[in-house]
Design a protein around this ligand. Structure first.
Ligand code: NAD
Length: 368
């Protein structure tokens, strides 16, 4: 049994520890039933780290994150840390992880499990079976560009954010998106606003250049505002979408809600591969720490379990096991189990832990 799969677990705050507990349950199942062993370390992030270290990510934790194969994160934040200095706030720990691990490609799948198609704000036929992957540039663009902040301009206050991208920053994320598209539906939409933004023109030029290396992938350029409209008009036209940090933030949330609930949405953030081929990676649910239900066993653990499935697929090259975890999550919904956030008439309400147990029961059936 090879125990060389190094995983750092950072449950964080609020419902983070609860949903991560269910990942641990599935890891134990894999250990027992699939003979896959993980080398797991636990540590603190966010408010939990602040309480101990007065910083939301200790240097030792950062070092660990740099030296494992993958990091699984629960969620950070909570009202009790709202007045903490900005650089020690829970979110700062997450931003530091993303920045220092150089996680430039944020993968947000928007898949609509048939059992939940009714929960979407769109008509069933528009979303049932939906399977989109949004790739958002995560380490540059408007959120990081300089200058940033308050200035004095013609005698009055002015506030500035700057959108700036280097050639390499665009090329690497576009290439990552082509690499995904080639393994999926071979269709890539590159999204910007080349009609009004210089960075958009640059982005479009580079996407076109990179596309020459992927002749089998159909590349289409689309303006971000049109993409937002198309996502709610006819979302199934998309396979993979690649876009910058700001547009990606908005469009991925928009696509996410096509699928029903925050409690169902996984994500992966990937960095560059090193010489040994290992890619730094962080996996986390899209939702936050949900302080309103923390500690009540009401949290839906499926987003975190589906994030773990992405971890199996992208960091450990275990596509079959990833597919099995995804199928187990879908089956649990098909047979009618629901946490409160996705509850529907006639279904059976379960707790966080019961949902995890049901997923393992389905895994047992799938592995039989
Ligand atoms: P949130 O995602 O935590 O919660 C929004 C709503 O969705 C709440 O009603 C919550 O109960 C519900 N919800 C979220 N996840 C759920 C789940 N798995 N199961 C069932 N219901 C779920 O967003 P918020 O309330 O805006 O933020 C709360 C805290 O989380 C804030 O401190 C915020 O900064 C932080 N946050 C962290 C992350 C992250 O760690 N990546 C992301 C977003 C927000």
């Amino acid at each position: 049994m090879a125990a060389n799969k190094k995983l750092l677990m950072l449950p964080g705050d609020g419902i983070g520890p609860e949903v991560m507990g269910e990942v641990r349950r599935v890891v134990e199942w894999m250990d027992a039933r699939r003979h896959v062993s993980f080398d797991i370390e636990d540590d603190l992030v966010g408010g939990a780290a602040y309480e101990v270290h007065k910083t939301s990510l200790a240097d030792e934790t950062m070092d660990k994150a740099m030296n494992v194969d993958a990091v699984m994160l629960g969620a950070v934040g909570g009202p009790q840390w709202d007045n903490v200095a900005r650089d020690a706030r829970p979110e700062a720990g997450l931003l530091r992880l993303r920045k220092e691990m150089d996680l430039f490609a944020n993968l947000r799948p928007a898949t609509c499990m048939p059992a939940l198609a009714e929960a979407s704000s769109l008509k069933n036929e528009l979303v049932s079976g939906l399977d989109i992957m949004i790739v958002r540039e995560l380490t540059s663009g408007t959120y990081f560009g300089q200058p940033k902040g308050m200035q004095t301009y013609e005698g009055q206050e002015r506030c500035v954010d700057t959108t700036a991208y280097t050639h390499d920053e665009i090329e690497r994320v576009v290439r990552a998106a082509f690499d995904l598209a080639i393994k999926r539906g071979k269709k890539l939409h590159s999204v910007e606003k080349a009609n009004v933004m210089e960075t958009g023109v640059f982005w479009r030029k580079i996407a076109t250049e990179v596309g020459k290396d992927y002749p089998e992938v159909e590349l289409e350029h689309m303006y971000a505002d049109n993409c937002a409209m198309q996502l709610v008009r006819a979302p199934k036209q998309f396979d993979v979408i690649v876009t910058d940090n700001l547009f990606g933030d908005v469009l991925s949330d928009c696509a996410a809600m096509l699928t029903g609930s925050l409690g169902m949405l996984p994500s992966a953030s990937l960095g560059a591969a090193d010489e040994s081929g290992r890619r730094r990676a962080l996996y986390e649910p899209v939702h936050g720490s949900a302080p309103d239900i923390a500690g009540e066993s009401k949290a839906n653990p499926l987003a975190t379990l589906l994030s773990f499935a992405m971890c199996l697929r992208y960091s450990f090259d275990m596509s079959d096991d990833a597919a099995m975890v995804e199928k187990a999550c879908a089956n649990v919904l098909d047979v009618g189990y629901r946490t409160g956030d996705i509850m529907q008439d006639g279904m059976t309400l379960v707790s966080t832990q019961q949902m995890g147990e049901k997923v393992c029961e389905e895994l047992n059936k799938l592995a039989a």
